[in-house]
Design a protein around this ligand. Structure first.
Ligand code: IPE
Ligand code: IPE
Ligand code: MG
Length: 244
């Protein structure tokens, strides 16, 4: 049973396995991405219903630009058709994108900018789409920002601390995820939220993303709630703190 008092505030997901899901059914890979959109809708609605505040979905990595152009185009087209503003407005969802926008086509850029602007008034779930995203890109971009501020004389190098770095990341507006889920069977991070997941609980499942549903999400949250998060302390210390 899920303890609704102890829900993670932020869940991050690596939505993997679309291509294999389609291939196992004799379909082209893009059909898997299409089916993946339905899983996105299910999981977003369920997180919203449960009162989770942030959901970050790894949708397209900077490395994914190296896929065959037909697949990249199919994913970009799908993105345009599936970012339906009306659904976000109806569910009080605020949508934000993190990633290297310079590489996106003007059409995709316009679509996400409009959606971000119109949904910015919502205060329910914040849905963060990691698009043309990689963590090393994000950290490099933050380092450039900080270096410029040093050059302008606004920060002294000795004053740069963890908070300075966190504040200069594009994802500065979201808290660190307590739970990171990866579907599709691989057990790796694939350049996702490396800074932010320093202390996240990792959960891997073999389920391909298009098959991921409410039940699978609940299982991941239940598993997370069984963990003792010690943050370097001893178990006795953690127990004493929770009994306070
Ligand atoms: C994840 O599914 C979606 C994207 C990376 C865009 P994949 O397309 O990686 O599916 P598999 O891992 O090849 O099955
Ligand atoms: C990670 O999946 C990226 C997304 C889910 C968007 P990949 O399928 O691209 O990752 P690798 O290649 O297995 O590491
Ligand atoms: Mg994959």
């Amino acid at each position: 049973m899920i303890d609704i008092q102890r829900l993670p505030k932020h869940i991050a997901i690596i939505m993997d396995g679309n291509g294999r899901w389609a291939q196992a059914r004799g379909m082209v890979r893009s059909k898997g991405h299409q089916a993946g959109v339905e899983a996105v809708d299910r999981v977003t609605a369920e997180c919203s219903r449960m009162g989770i505040k942030y959901l970050t979905l790894y949708t397209f990595s900077t490395e994914n630009w190296n896929r065959p152009p037909e697949e990249v185009n199919a994913i970009m087209q799908l993105l345009i058709t599936s970012l339906v503003e009306e659904t976000f407005m109806k569910n009080n969802v605020r949508m934000r994108v993190i990633g290297d926008r310079k590489r996106l086509s003007p059409e995709v850029r316009k679509c996400i900018e409009d959606c971000e602007e119109h949904t910015s008034v919502n205060n329910g779930l914040t849905l963060v789409i990691a698009l043309s995203y990689s963590s090393r890109w994000e950290i490099t971009d933050a380092v450039q920002h900080i270096a410029r501020q040093v050059l302008e004389g606004n920060i002294k190098p000795a004053d740069i601390n963890e908070q300075t770095i966190a504040e200069n990341l594009e994802s500065h507006f979201m808290p660190d995820p307590e739970l990171l889920i990866r579907t599709g069977g691989e057990q790796r991070i694939s350049n996702y939220l490396l800074w932010q997941c320093a202390y996240s609980e990792l959960y891997f499942t073999d389920i391909f993303w298009p098959d991921f549903d409410e039940k699978a999400l609940h299982q991941a949250i239940e598993d997370y709630q069984q963990r003792e998060r010690r943050f370097g302390k001893t178990s006795a210390q953690v127990k004493a703190e929770t009994e306070k």
